[in-house]
Design a protein around this ligand. Sequence first.
Ligand SMILES: Nc1ncnc2c1ncn2[C@@H]1O[C@H](COP(=O)(O)OP(=O)(O)OP(=O)(O)O)[C@@H](O)[C@H]1O
Length: 261
Amino acid sequence: MPRTQEPVIQIQNLETRFGTALIHKEISLEVYRGEIFAIVGGSGSGKSTLLREIIMLTSPSAGSIRIFGEELGRLDETCAAHLQARFGMMFQQGALFSSLTVLENVALPLKEHTPLSSQLITELALHKIKLVGLPLEAATQYPRELSGGMIKRAAVARALALDPELLFLDEPSAGLDPVSAAALDKLILDLRDSLNLTVVLVTHDLDSLWRITDRAAFLGEKTLLGLDTVAALARSEHHLLQAYFRGPRGRTAQESAWTRK
Ligand SMILES: Nc1ncnc2c1ncn2[C@@H]1O[C@H](COP(=O)(O)OP(=O)(O)OP(=O)(O)O)[C@@H](O)[C@H]1O
């Protein structure tokens, strides 16, 4: 659970349109320092779009997003780059460069954003590779030589390269078997605790949602339908939340979460 209620992300009255299509309206929420916060909802509810807006890959049509108190819409390019250097991002499928080894992938952000010597960069990258639980041999391997779970870990190592305060994960467990997905969840929890990270993730994985998130925002009907702990959202009477949490997959995830407790 978050240790404070200090907001690191503040979204107010966000609205998103693509042409004439309204995607989001009246979205307001805060993410607190140290929490694992999920963005959930049905397919096409705008989860990835909201994440892209938070990480400054796209701009909302109206409303404001503040990160560490800075309003994103008012930042010049230099300030935006400075702020982005405080984020780590893991995209779906890991998105590692296939022509680079794991070590080269993890070292890349350090090469691009720091003046450090190549020896120090290698040492720092190897430290991150170890931190995510990869064996040292993985450092010289290419993504095609790794299992799905190892690729995700390598992608997390790269996202952590610049010691971010905020870690964004887009569908971290997509494509993983249940055992690897659970192991990745444990890694995310351990990293949050040991590195004092704030984690924001988009997920369709109900097991993961029950296992690691402190709070979640539920998107639907083009707006924010719920903002609470997963247990509280699962009790909601709204028909979309009921369908999501009390459908067969939702019930199984909830039952296994309770069995674990
Ligand atoms: N660049 C874009 N231009 C036009 N429409 C877009 C763009 N990006 C997203 N959309 C539309 O916005 C809506 C929300 O998309 P988004 O990918 O954010 O949803 P999602 O909840 O992440 O979906 P999923 O769970 O299926 O990944 C969809 O109708 C999508 O077609």
